[in-house]
Design a protein around this ligand. Structure first.
Ligand code: GAL
Length: 422
């Protein structure tokens, strides 16, 4: 080999290793975040997190898996983790944090949590859910309220109907809207949306204690009780007020029907408010937020949170800690929740920039904790492990879509399905 050729080869090798080194450095600073926030309001909210992470010098790698409620995201996440390639962070919440903790794949966030005094910044019940064996492994983002009814006042006016506060009033109003030729209830027929509507019915028909016995304690006598049968009948009756396009519809498209005046109402958590906000709509004028019928004194909570996966890379660990710290910072808590429709999870946050729906939610969150009417959302993974939640979803959706199954049969099926999943 001539000297020139030798030099050429070594130059090439040097170039290649430099390129490799550079791309490794770029990779090292990349924080990959799994989430399912892809609707208009959700995307605006998550963009704030990206912005703040980038301001700390990190690169955001978006790992968005579309699908409200996050079922698809969880399936994709599992396959990534099983193949030994977890993202840096993932949206995981409620009791399932414990299941991920058992897998031994989560990073310990105690160094940030202790330095920033998370125990003092968070309500105790929330902090407990974020810890695995006494150590923080997750950071909460917000508090969503699920038991809301969203209404378009123009539709109500056209139909000569009144926004309902009880189930009796609800069916009177729904009849009027239907008779006026509009869709009374905008619904997306997907299991998680069926479950979201169903849990509000159970809360309204049975009350908070009944709800807890059913969806937290999973008491078979309560799952197959006269009250549950009444709730199932009420839930099924709502189907008669939805439109033919309902099966499979995404939740945000159902919200759009209320926004556009095609439909009168939607049962959905306050992430729906993110859609109204993104569309430039004002609460109290363009739309109304009201507790789902007969649930005014109750609060179904759904707390979003992120876990970080245990990774060796020091740069990435820094990125993960920075991400966790940003999430609980007052600036992020405000801007994110203004867009998302939720309220801050950090205690003592000023609420002056928030609208009436959020202010009411913040007051009710505190009050219902005192009256023991603050309940975890079954539909959003707050009350059970995912397997039980899945069993409830399956039964409820099967019943909702069937024209022949009786409520009595559905209640019995519920008991069996829950027992099999435990
Ligand atoms: C929930 C989640 C909310 C919202 C909703 C629809 O499970 O907690 O943040 O995004 O799904 O995607």
């Amino acid at each position: 080999m001539t000297r020139r050729i030798c030099m050429k080869i070594s130059k090439l090798l040097l170039g290649a290793s430099l390129a490799l080194g550079l791309s490794m450095a770029a990779q090292a600073a990349q924080v990959e975040v799994l989430h399912w926030w892809t609707s208009g309001g959700e995307a605006r909210s998550v963009a704030e997190l990206k912005k703040m992470l980038e301001a700390k010098g990190h690169e955001w790698k978006d790992f968005a898996v579309a699908g409200g409620g996050g079922e698809s995201a969880m399936t994709v996440l599992k396959s990534r983790v099983v193949s030994g390639n977890p993202p840096a962070a993932a949206q995981i919440k409620g009791p399932s944090i414990q299941e991920w903790g058992d897998e031994g794949v989560l990073a310990d966030l105690d160094s940030v949590a202790n330095a920033e005094g998370w125990d003092k910044l968070l309500p105790g019940v929330v902090a407990d859910v974020m810890k695995y064996q006494g150590k923080y492994v997750a950071v909460p983002v917000n508090v969503h309220r699920v038991n809301w009814l969203w209404a378009n006042p123009a539709v109500f006016k056209k139909a000569g109907a009144t926004v309902p506060t009880t189930w009796d009033e609800f069916f009177v109003a729904a009849d009027k809207i239907k008779a006026a030729g509009m869709t009374a209830v905008a619904h997306g027929g997907q299991p998680w949306q069926d479950a979201t509507m169903f849990e509000s019915v159970v809360l309204g028909v049975g009350g908070a204690d009944f709800y807890k016995k059913a969806f937290v304690e999973l008491d078979p006598k309560v799952l197959n009780s006269a009250t549950m049968i009444k709730a199932l009948k009420t839930f099924h009756k709502i189907k008669g007020y939805t439109d033919a396009g309902s099966p499979g519809r995404d939740w945000n498209l159902a919200t759009a029907m209320v926004i556009n005046g095609e439909a009168g109402m939607q049962f959905m958590g306050d992430w729906a408010k993110g859609e109204f906000t993104a569309a430039g709509k004002v609460p109290g004028i363009d739309y109304i937020c009201i507790a789902a019928p007969d649930t005014e004194g109750d609060f179904t909570f759904n707390i979003d949170s992120f876990v970080m996966f245990d990774l060796d890379d020091k740069e990435l660990q820094k990125g993960q800690n920075d991400l966790a710290s940003i999430i609980l910072s007052p600036a992020f808590q405000e801007i994110f929740n203004l867009n998302k429709g939720s309220i801050p999870v950090r205690l003592n946050m000023p609420m002056d920039k928030f609208d009436g729906c959020a202010k009411l939610s913040a007051i009710d969150f505190v009050n219902t904790a005192e009256t023991n009417t603050l309940v975890p959302s079954m539909a959003h993974g707050m009350s059970t492990f995912p397997a039980t939640q899945g069993a409830i979803y399956d039964t409820i959706t099967e019943f909702y879509n069937s024209d022949s199954m009786t409520a009595e049969t559905a209640a019995k099926k519920l008991v069996k399905a829950v027992a099999a999943a435990k």
